[in-house]
Design a binder for this molecule. Structure first.
Ligand SMILES: [Zn+2]
Length: 231
């Protein structure tokens, strides 16, 4: 029973209409990363940061999971071994598409986090600067998002999964952002077969045994069919 570990990035949600900071004209284009996606930016202007994530939360709530999200949920359901999905995405589209146990290494728009005491709770649609933490009552609520310069969540758990992986797939990631860019090397060290599914070759593409290029909604269902067909 082979274990599959899958890392997904912005490329899997792009066809659901959720842009990234690399896209022109999107939400990110109107803001500097330093202002809206760093702890320093939040300390400088929390109202701006909340407004930015409130807008992203609305956008994500309106987005629908696509054929790639649903194909991975099908793989989880039909594969005889374990299928672990690790995502860099802060949207909930894997879960909306039927996946479970998704590890959100960069946090989630659905969550609020107290910067003072570390308490977590479901984010309201609109977060505000003066929103009190339900645990310590401090006015220290922030989006439960891992910002640039912060350590991604669940790294021990992720490395544990990679050490047991028989198959590792990276889907829609740039391959440029560490630590995620190093996951393929961890998987190779564990003896896993590795595959990259991406719109175009990434920076780390030479590390992978196999590559499938094209829109996620096409290549991911095809890859899942292939895996389930070869049993
Ligand atoms: Zn608190």
């Amino acid at each position: 029973m082979e274990k599959i570990v899958i890392l997904t990035g912005a490329g899997i949600s792009a066809e659901s209409g959720l842009g990234t900071f690399r896209d022109e004209g999107g939400l990110w284009a109107q803001h500097r990363i330093e202002d809206v996606a760093t702890p320093e930016g939040f300390a400088r202007d929390p109202a701006l940061v909340h407004a930015f994530y409130n807008a992203r939360r609305v956008q994500a709530a309106q987005a629908q999971p696509n054929a790639a999200h649903r194909a991975l949920a099908r793989l989880q359901r039909d594969w005889p071994g374990e299928v672990v999905i690790v995502t860099q995405n802060v949207d909930g589209l894997h879960e909306a598409g039927g996946a479970s146990g998704v590890i959100h290494m960069h946090g989630t728009l659905a969550g609020a986090l107290c910067a003072a005491c570390g308490h977590r709770w479901p984010a309201p649609a609109e977060m505000a600067v003066d929103e009190p933490c339900p645990a310590c009552a401090g006015p220290t609520a922030r989006p439960d998002i891992v910002w640039f310069g912060e350590v991604p969540y669940s790294m021990d758990q992720i490395y544990g999964h990679l050490a047991q992986a028989d198959i590792f797939a990276a889907i829609g990631t740039s391959g440029q952002v560490y630590p995620a860019a190093a996951f393929v090397h961890e998987a190779i060290a564990a003896g896993a077969r590795t595959v990259e599914l991406n719109l175009e070759p990434s920076a780390g593409v030479s590390s992978f045994d196999e590559t499938l290029f094209g829109p996620a909604t096409q290549v991911v269902p095809r890859w899942v069919d292939l895996l389930l067909g070869q049993r």
